[in-house]
Write a new protein. Sequence first.
Length: 343
Amino acid sequence: MDVVSYKCPKCSASLSFNIDKQKWVCEYCNSEFTKDDLNEFDAEKSHVTHDDGYEENAMAYVCPSCGAKIVTDKNTAATFCIYCHNATVIAARLEGEHRPASLIPFQLKKEEAIVAVQKLCKNRPLLPKDFTGYAKNGEVSGLYVPFWLFNVDLDAQLNAKTTKVTTWSDSNYYYTKTDVYSVERAGSVSFVNVPADGSKKMDDRLMESLEPFDYSKLLNFTMEYLSGHFAESYDIEANMAYSNVSNRVKNATDSMIKSTIQGYSSMQILNENIDVKRVQNKNVMLPVWTLMAAYKGKNYVFAMNGQTGKITGRLPLSVTRLAMWFILIFVVVFLICFGVMVF
């Protein structure tokens, strides 16, 4: 298996992508390199080292820095050596059809993810008091998650029966007038860069809640950006990922076309057709910070968009605090009701 470690051209220490500087930094000699700088060096002789000692289907690699044998998941594309902490990219898992077309680099740091989780815990009256401390010390990982981006073109047609009801009265009668209309709508809708999670490990709802990413910041994929973070190659094929996207774009199209029918008292849909005319997809990697906090035997996972800072996750519930709030509300309602009755 081809293992790649990006080395400093000056001292041969490991390089990592620095989020603040948007450059590659050597922590040993403090040298900094841009993408153009790295392109100037010969990949085989200067800043990249390889090890080809394992079969393509193996789940282990040899760390180019210390020689340790590290076991990985078959979809892991970038990781760290647990012995010497050397940042390593497993290039063979990003070749051929598994090579992403584009990538959005991390814009936010690990410390910002921890602060974001702490803010999420603030002003939560039903949250256990000590959970924030567990979250602060949770396990944080920067992960490039594989996504499929879909461009979808659709044609939509709708026929509906609508009514307008008018009422008035005089000194003797109330009148109701009902006008019936036949309404038709037709149009074409195009969706660009609709994302779908390409990893079975990641919770689809958790990933959807991190949207949107700014896809105007997509860069052509190069493996250097993965150095210093974890990364996964996709294990959900495009046709499987599209099933969820298909429902999303069709539901959105349905809502858009129905929203154009306004000003009527009632609407009955007689016929509606939404036909998909064209689907395109590409494999990309998007930056996600994950934080896992172990609390009373359960793992609570939070995810933050590594570009925008949007965060999501499930917080624990304090049964004691919930009971206290219930009792307080009951007492307040009882006193209000009792006061009304006495009055």
